[in-house]
Each structure stands twice: as C-alpha cells, then as structure tokens.
Design a protein around this ligand. Structure first.
Ligand SMILES: C[S@@+](CC[C@H](N)C(=O)[O-])C[C@H]1O[C@@H](n2cnc3c(N)ncnc32)[C@H](O)[C@@H]1O
Length: 201
C-alpha cells in the first residue's frame, strides 16, 4: 500500500485520535501550516478528513522528495505540494495561516531551535490563529510515564540536545509569542495535544 515510501507505525496509531481533536480545534480554520511533516501520513489523513481547509505540509529539504511523493499519490485538492521549511534557515511561506500544526518535533529540535520556532510564530500565522502541538511533554520536570522516561533516554543517547520538553517552558515561550494555552488534551500513549490561540500581535 505504501510502496517504497518511508512509513511510521506511530503515525498510523496516533492519526485517528489526533484527527478527533483537530476536527474541533481547526473547525473554523481554512489554511493550516504543518511544520516537520515527516512521512506525510498525518498530512494525507488530516487533509482527507478536514476538507474545509487547505493542509500545507512542510519539511526540511532532505525529506522533501519522499514527502512530495506521498502527497502527490494522495491527489487531494486541499493538499498542495510541501514547502521547504527549516525553521532555522528558511524564510516564512508567503501565505499567512490561520492554523498551525506540528507533531513530535519539539523533542527533536534542540531547545534553541524550539525557541526560534516560537519566536517566528507570528511570521507564520495570522492574529486569531490556532496552534496545535502534539507529542510527549513533562510536567514540573517529571516524566508522565516510564515509557516516556525511556524514550527521553534513547533520544539523549542519539543527541544530548534532544529530549522531552517541560510543558511549563513551552507555555512560557507561547505566552511570549502571544499564544495562550486553551486546551491540554490528553492523548493515547502518554502524549498530549496542546491547543493554543494567538491572542496578541
Ligand atoms: C520525529 S519527526 C516527526 C515527524 C512527523 N511530524 C511525525 O509526527 O511523525 C521530527 C521532525 O522534525 C523535523 N525537524 C527537525 N528540525 C527541524 C527544523 N529546524 N525545521 C523544520 N523541521 C524540523 C524533522 O525533519 C522531522 O521530520
């Protein structure tokens, strides 16, 4: 079914519960930017079911070929070709989005890159935009499960700059960028979906 394209079993497992949240969170959105689209499985699933909006996937350049293939194969009118977007190096897309989504990126990006991403949110989004961030998070410096603790250790063994972020630090960055946390959705497998509203700027 997926041919030679990269495949994430985690995406297959989490795409339905994420969609259930996005159907409400992005109900009034028309144009959503996804940062770090990875294999594109999320983009295809969400564009298939959120037909009222255009889902704009993006990725770092070295993942773009396979991502483009998967999106082209889906042939959805509301799923344009992905943009090259490395938050460290690339200019913001020319469009301004009323929704933004990113999954499993904050524990991969070194913390200064996470800070940069948040400092650039107002380049990517319009006032009143909804921002949804999916992934594992810590609370008060504590892991929420042994599996997240083990995952964090495996990330740090790959690169000490990676690691599960503390929700307090993430919410502080969002606040500084003019985004208010509206919902902290509990998700399967000890993940969260943080839903923010751009309230200022
Ligand atoms: C663990 S993968 C998650 C992919 C997909 N969102 C998912 O949930 O399966 C982390 C993603 O973050 C992206 N990423 C890391 N640093 C980035 C940066 N500076 N700018 C944009 N994306 C970045 C990587 O390219 C990678 O696709």
């Amino acid at each position: 079914m997926y041919g030679e394209l990269p495949f994430s079993q985690a995406c297959e497992n989490n795409k339905a519960p994420i969609l259930a949240v996005l159907q409400q969170a992005f109900a009034s959105c028309r144009h959503v930017l996804e940062v770090g689209s990875g294999t594109g499985q999320h983009a295809v699933h969400f564009a298939t079911h959120l037909t009222q909006l255009i889902w704009q996937a993006s990725e770092q350049r070295h993942y773009l070929v396979s991502l483009t293939k998967r999106l082209r194969r889906a042939a959805l009118v509301n799923l344009p070709p992905p943009l090259a977007l490395d938050v460290c190096h690339d200019a913001a897309p020319s469009a301004v989005y009323d929704g933004m989504f990113t999954a499993n990126t904050l524990h991969i990006m070194p913390w200064p890159v996470v800070e940069l991403l948040f400092s650039r949110l107002n380049e990517f989004t319009a006032p009143g935009a909804t921002l949804c961030i999916y992934g594992p998070f810590n609370y008060h410096g504590q892991f929420t499960s042994y599996s997240n603790q083990a995952f964090d250790a495996s990330l740090k063994s790959r690169d000490p700059k990676m690691g599960i972020r503390d929700i307090t630090a993430v919410v502080a960055l969002a606040d500084a960028a003019g985004f208010t946390l509206r919902h902290d959705h509990s998700m399967p497998a000890n993940n969260r979906l943080l839903q923010f509203l751009r309230t200022a700027g």
